[in-house]
Design a protein around this ligand. Structure first.
Ligand SMILES: CC(C)(COP(=O)(O)OP(=O)(O)OC[C@H]1O[C@@H](n2cnc3c(N)ncnc32)[C@H](O)[C@@H]1OP(=O)(O)O)[C@@H](O)C(=O)NCCC(=O)NCCS
Length: 164
């Protein structure tokens, strides 16, 4: 495979049971939780995580992919329509931040999931996530306020849209 040396070899694959403890560990990292803001009520609650993921995996309208970097599980990316419109969500383990993994994963995911328009939300201060969305062609369509479990408060949220 041809790629530039500064770009990680990112692939997507379907979720398997063995991924669950790894993704759970990523999604309870306090630094990442603080950044994402809109998280599970208790990111340390393993039974709640398992119950949530069982629902996700049983839902045929959800596409959920594991992000792999050179054989290592680096995160996950999904589209769901739980609030109406199809929304993208992703999470990269902190050990992989800043090397283009989210950008590459989103590019691959958007080639696989061809539904348009697609939407995404981020905490208004999540500049990394906003940058990832903008690089993929998402444009800001709104500002909202929402209760962020990780901040224990209502915070500013931005809404993004990717047209076909
Ligand atoms: C936000 C997140 C997905 C970024 O992943 P990543 O793999 O580090 O992102 P990339 O390396 O592809 O970076 C993409 C761009 O964002 C920028 N960026 C990434 N993290 C950043 C940060 N914390 N602050 C400012 N810019 C940041 C990069 O510099 C890059 O911009 P550039 O190409 O112009 O240099 C990752 O930090 C994460 O998963 N955080 C926790 C969960 C979360 O917030 N998920 C999103 C919920 S909406």
């Amino acid at each position: 495979m041809h790629r530039h040396s500064n770009q990680p070899a990112v692939t997507l694959r379907e979720l398997v049971d063995d991924d669950l403890p790894i993704l759970f560990a990523h999604q309870r990292d306090p630094v990442a939780v603080q950044m994402a803001a809109f998280t599970a009520k208790d990111p340390d609650d393993w039974p709640a995580y398992l119950a949530h993921m069982a629902k996700v995996r049983a839902d045929p309208t959800i596409t959920n992919r594991v992000i792999v970097v050179e054989g290592v599980v680096a995160g996950s990316i999904a589209v769901h329509s739980w609030f109406g419109d199809p929304e993208i969500t992703y999470w990269i383990d902190r050990s992989f931040w800043g090397s283009g993994v989210a950008t590459a994963a989103l590019r691959l995911f958007l080639a696989e999931v061809t539904t348009r328009p697609l939407y995404a939300r981020a905490a208004a201060d999540n500049t990394g996530s906003i940058r990832v969305l903008e690089k993929a062609g998402f444009v800001k369509i709104g500002d909202e306020r929402g209760f962020a479990n990780a901040r224990g408060a209502e915070i500013d949220e931005v809404v993004y849209k990717l047209n076909g």
